[in-house]
Design a protein around this ligand. Sequence first.
Ligand SMILES: Nc1ncnc2c1ncn2[C@@H]1O[C@H](COP(=O)(O)OP(=O)(O)O)[C@@H](O)[C@H]1O
Ligand SMILES: [Mg+2]
Length: 328
Amino acid sequence: MGIACAPSALGTAAGADLPAIEVRNITKRFRDDVPPALDDLSIVVPQGVIYGILGPNGAGKTTLLSILCGLLKPTAGTVRLAGHETLSPEVKRMLGVVPQEPAIYPTLTGRENLEYFGRMQGLRGSRLAERIEACLQIAEIGDQADRRVEHYSGGYKRRLNLVIGLIHEPRILILDEPTVAIDPHSRSLIHQRLRELHAAGVTILLTTHYMEEAEQLCHQVAIMSRGRVAVEGDVHALLARHRDDSIQISLDRDPPSNLAQALQGLPSVGDVNLSGRCLTATAPHPLEATLALLQTLGEHGVGVESLDYGHASLERIFLIYTGEDARP
Ligand SMILES: Nc1ncnc2c1ncn2[C@@H]1O[C@H](COP(=O)(O)OP(=O)(O)O)[C@@H](O)[C@H]1O
Ligand SMILES: [Mg+2]
């Protein structure tokens, strides 16, 4: 496995506490007659985290990444990578970029693509050969290394695209929708590799419109909507802050006619709704209320098929802050 990178963060000791990425008040206007693609947007990505930029299509995610890697100039605002405002060759070497559309040469083989991009990053000789082998292993595409990329499946292309971004062992990795529209095996392999890179000290910034993916993978997120950050923060803290106060219980039989009234009278339970075999209730303290509900159900001879409470998801948080549905 060739993922291990030097554990020291982004270079100099003095840089150890600097954020990996700082975006300050970025605005990007493509045209004067439409709202800006990015509107006074600021985010700070600390070193060593997996940071997710979430948002539906058109939110401005790709525009932001294009500015970060120097492909687009902002209309206003500043970007710093490891404290540097200019994308000097040294800073560029720190950065790995994985675009959404595989940027690979279809008529070259996987190995030749890696060699080409490795040379572009200044690698030569045994170091280049070593990195090519490591990348083929990381992407698990060794069996097709000497086939032309035009014959690769979509998943293989995306995996090759990923390791091209890793060929020079960047300290900061930026990925645009790395798992959109790929097979489940490639998706879980990419997740696993990103976790390994994180464990090796690499800072990862990725965009996604899959809220569940972000929940599983990211430590911090910024939820974007129409060029702005709607909410930003630590994923666990966000989920904890937005725990749903509703309880859902599926009953194992049709409820007796006096059940609804008995449930309404429970002191720890707020609104109760009984619809067929589905019981929903709100409660400020869901655990206490759930126990009271279960006891009352038992007293009425009704059993439980499933129970859910205190659920929170980024999808719901997205909806709360943007008023938009996260699903594309
Ligand atoms: N090169 C461009 N020229 C004009 N408008 C653009 C260009 N790139 C993006 N946009 C517009 O900027 C907005 C954000 O797009 P984008 O950054 O691609 O969003 P996302 O990646 O979140 O789907 C969209 O309204 C899009 O149409
Ligand atoms: Mg995009």
